[in-house]
Write a new protein. Structure first.
Length: 345
């Protein structure tokens, strides 16, 4: 579990991991980044009372570096990647290991079930759980078990990780997708099991959400530079939306100033149609009722949905275009670092 500034979530995440019931010995290795909110002290207190909890340090604060450090420090043949912003459902580890054995897969993942404690976080969670929000990857609500492109978090065979070379430490976001690409290229299978579920707690504020998605988009752009069409078409939808929006603004200015008028002006108005369709889709998402098992949606959550979806898509699209054009370089996710623009305290 890579950890950085997660005081509000760490204890719940740790408890959900240690409560897993599996045959044989287990351990949880925390890769601690240089937190500034008391997370390190909390982790040390937890480790002092739990012999299965181990700590390694990740001064660089990069997720793939922390993951590799923790994996190298671990001692068992199955690696279960977990996140400090998530909670494993009861029976997750046992079911995942059984699926590994049943399918012969190298990596098994399940559904990322986002949840929220505030109206804003609930709106983000609803976007995460919808194909409209994150593009319809199987782990965002898929129901059919089978081979997959990637896996959320992942339950992996240590032998395969050693074979393909662990996580690429030059990639700060999207490292899981890139690892699963190498696993598949090596002839192994990545498997999706919808019976596996992990609760994920999204970012708690608008600015943090925007920072997260801009960084994620930049690294997806970097992955497109490196791997081209190995990336799915859905990754190109947010930058296309951003380009359309910019084009529509240019057309609007030309029409308002009279530079573009008559038949050409009417024809140019076609650019507004997909944006109108997108606006209708966002409004429909805001007004739609939740699932029968969800609590009633508040008015504040519905209003936040109107801001959350465009923020996710446009921030991701902006980051993607920057990543494709100039590379991600040292782009980092600053969404858990207050106003800082560097992962160091």
């Amino acid at each position: 579990m890579p950890v950085l500034n997660e005081r509000a979530y760490l204890e719940h995440a740790v408890r959900s991991v240690l409560a897993q019931d599996v045959d044989g010995p287990t351990e949880l290795v925390l890769a601690l980044g240089p937190s500034s909110d008391g997370t390190t002290q909390l982790a040390e207190r937890l480790a002092a009372h739990e012999p299965r909890l181990r700590i390694v340090h990740n001064p660089a604060a990069d997720i793939p570096v922390g993951l590799n450090t923790a994996i190298r420090a671990s001692s068992h043949p199955t690696i279960i990647r977990v996140d400090a912003h998530s909670e494993l459902s009861p029976g997750y580890a046992r079911r995942a290991i059984q699926t590994l054995e049943r399918t012969g897969a190298a990596n098994v993942g399940g559904v990322m079930r986002a949840d929220g404690r505030t109206p804003f976080q609930a709106a983000v969670a609803r976007a995460y759980n919808s194909p409209v929000g994150l593009g319809g990857g199987s782990y965002h609500g898929g129901t059919r078990e089978g081979a997959a492109e990637s896996a959320y978090l992942g339950v992996m065979r240590r032998t395969v990780l050693d074979e393909v070379g662990l996580f690429d430490e030059s990639i700060r976001r999207g490292e899981d997708w890139e690892l699963n690409l190498r696993i598949r290229q090596a002839g192994h299978t990545v498997w999706f099991d919808p019976q596996l579920a992990v609760t994920y707690w999204p970012r708690e504020s608008w600015i943090r959400l925007a920072r997260q998605f801009r960084s994620t988009g930049a690294w997806r752009g970097e992955l497109v530079r490196r791997y081209g069409r190995s990336n799915g078409l859905r990754f190109f939808a947010p930058p296309a939306l951003l380009v359309l929006l910019a084009l529509a603004l240019v057309v609007a200015v030309l029409q308002l100033t009279g530079v573009l008028s008559g038949v050409p002006g009417v024809l140019a108005s076609v650019v507004y149609l997909p944006l109108i369709a997108y606006a209708v889709l966002v409004i429909a998402m805001a007004l739609a009722p939740g699932r029968p098992t969800d609590p009633p949606r508040s008015a504040r959550e519905r209003i936040w949905t109107l801001a959350v979806l465009p923020t996710m898509h446009l921030s991701w699209g902006l980051g993607f275009l920057m990543g494709v054009l100039r590379g991600a370089h040292d782009t980092v996710d600053t969404s858990r670092l207050g106003t800082r623009n560097t992962p160091l305290p």
